[in-house]
Design a protein around this ligand. Structure first.
Ligand code: UDX
Length: 446
């Protein structure tokens, strides 16, 4: 089989590479000449574990290629995928569909045989129909069907998620299109992946419903964590106690500084706007959006409180700025709220992130960047963990304590154990667990 993939961002590049691994001939298309040149040289523009090898292997096998020319890419394809960005539109939070509609017009100009036009970008309900209308307006004679095939992969584990998904959702407008899509995903039948075939609108809404549900689940446990702190309970035990109920499920019950990333903030907002527009408001998600926004801002206050109520003239060591580990993605990362608030409060912020510093330096002016985790600590008044990178999980606590001016750690990802931290002599503050004063703290900063 043969496909074209428009857009070499996260979803497009990973999906294209993974389809080629399935044995499909894939041509990835992008408007960004620099990006296509780099990809042709084997340089991967995003940080995603395993993607460089996957791309190199399939390029070498002749199944994966990159081009600026959509017409050439669409020759003889069974399907063309639209995997371009759908950022939040400035001002109103609706998804900006200009790239999707632009792609539809270009596809129309290149259609010369029956082709399934698949939307893989996360798009509001009704976008697939609009894509079909655009193509029909430009080329009334074109032989095509539209389909929706939302992608559920997570950054940082994108390849595994694509290759072994919990399910594949396909919204198809004809049996013929459904059959093309089923053939593309044939390798997943072997591992018994459920394939959910629905209408176009249902598939489009399913993606938003999944992401907003998960955002609500995280927000729920974050609020329970806050309550735990007030009543002296432990949020991890609560999460385990409820998560073992199969109706609730164990995943996405890890408390933290609030969800970030390229999907949850944008998709919660877009669904809220769609729901308001059609007169069926999603009040629960409106509240989730509001709580999460406020939460990210409140996290700086926690750090300030741990530093004795003021960070003016103090140095805060920050470990991790990416919105989650194994990515260099800074989009809507909690650090973008926390770090400026600390600087605003008079702190010097010295930070380190294993992958995101290059990107973060553009977004977080005024931060001193260190070469490694320990490099952030010397003479700092406190260390705050913002992202749960593996390399921060097993720091040499003696060395950490020796480098810090005061043994104060604010762990917004709960990667350390409060008892161990007390034993090690830290004043340790985490999320949803009792605050632990140091056994032999040298400074009374609680
Ligand atoms: C998400 C969805 O999981 C994925 O299905 C969709 O296709 C894209 O959006 P991603 O944004 O890559 O994926 O990251 P994810 O691992 O879901 O984390 C999102 C945010 O939630 C991060 O900020 C993370 O730190 C936070 N999170 C996640 C929590 O705070 N607690 C959790 O238990 C899980």
């Amino acid at each position: 089989m043969r496909i074209a993939m428009i857009g070499t961002g996260y979803v497009g590049l990973v999906s294209g590479a993974c389809f080629s691994e399935f044995g499909v001939h894939v041509t990835c298309v992008d408007k960004d000449a620099g990006k296509i040149e780099r990809l042709k040289r084997g340089e991967i523009p995003i940080y995603e574990p395993g993607l460089d090898d996957l791309v190199a292997r399939n390029v070498a096998a002749g199944r994966l290629s990159f081009t600026l020319d959509l017409k050439e890419a669409m020759q003889g394809v069974d399907a063309v995928f639209i995997a371009v960005g759908t950022p939040s539109r400035r001002g109103d939070g609706h998804a900006d569909l200009s790239y999707v509609y632009g792609a539809a017009e270009e596809i129309a100009a290149s259609l010369d045989h029956y082709t399934v036009v698949v939307t893989k970008s996360t798009v509001p309900v009704g976008t697939g129909r609009e894509v079909a209308d655009i193509i029909r307006r430009v080329r009334p004679d074109a032989d095509f069907d539209v389909a929706s095939n939302p992608e559920f992969l997570r950054e940082g584990s994108a390849i595994g998620d694509f290759m072994r998904p919990d399910r594949v959702v396909i919204g198809a407008t004809s049996d013929r299109a459904g059959e093309v899509m089923r053939r593309l995903y044939r390798p997943l039948y072997l591992i018994e992946t459920p394939i959910v075939i629905t209408s176009l609108e249902t598939a489009e809404l399913t993606k938003y419903a999944a992401n907003t549900f998960l955002a609500a689940k995280i927000t729920f446990i974050n609020e329970i964590a806050d309550l735990c702190e007030k009543v002296g309970a432990n949020v991890h035990d609560v999460a385990r106690g409820i998560g073992l109920d199969g109706r609730i499920g164990k995943k996405f019950l890890h408390p933290g500084p609030g969800y970030g990333g390229s999907c949850f903030p944008k998709d919660t907002l877009a669904l809220v706007r769609t729901a308001q527009q059609v007169g069926s408001p999603l009040r629960i998600i409106e509240t989730v959006v509001d709580i999460n926004d406020k939460r990210k801002k409140q996290m700086a206050e926690r750090i300030i409180a741990a530093c004795g109520g003021s960070v003016a003239g103090k140095t805060v060591a920050v470990l991790g700025v990416a919105f989650k580990p194994n990515t260099d993605d800074m989009r809507d990362s909690p650090s973008l709220d926390i770090v400026p608030a600390l600087i605003e409060a008079g702190a010097t912020v010295r930070a380190f992130d294993p992958a995101a510093m290059h990107e973060a330096a553009k977004l977080l002016p005024g931060v001193e960047w260190a070469k490694d985790a320990y490099g952030t600590l010397e003479g700092a008044d406190c260390v705050a963990i913002l992202t749960e990178w593996n390399e921060f999980r097993a720091l040499d606590l003696r060395r950490v304590k020796a480098l810090l001016k005061a043994p104060v750690m604010v762990d917004l990802r709960n990667i350390y154990n409060p008892d161990d931290m007390a034993q090690a002599g830290f004043v340790y503050s985490s999320i949803g667990r009792p605050l632990v004063p140091a056994k032999s703290a040298t400074s009374g900063t609680v």
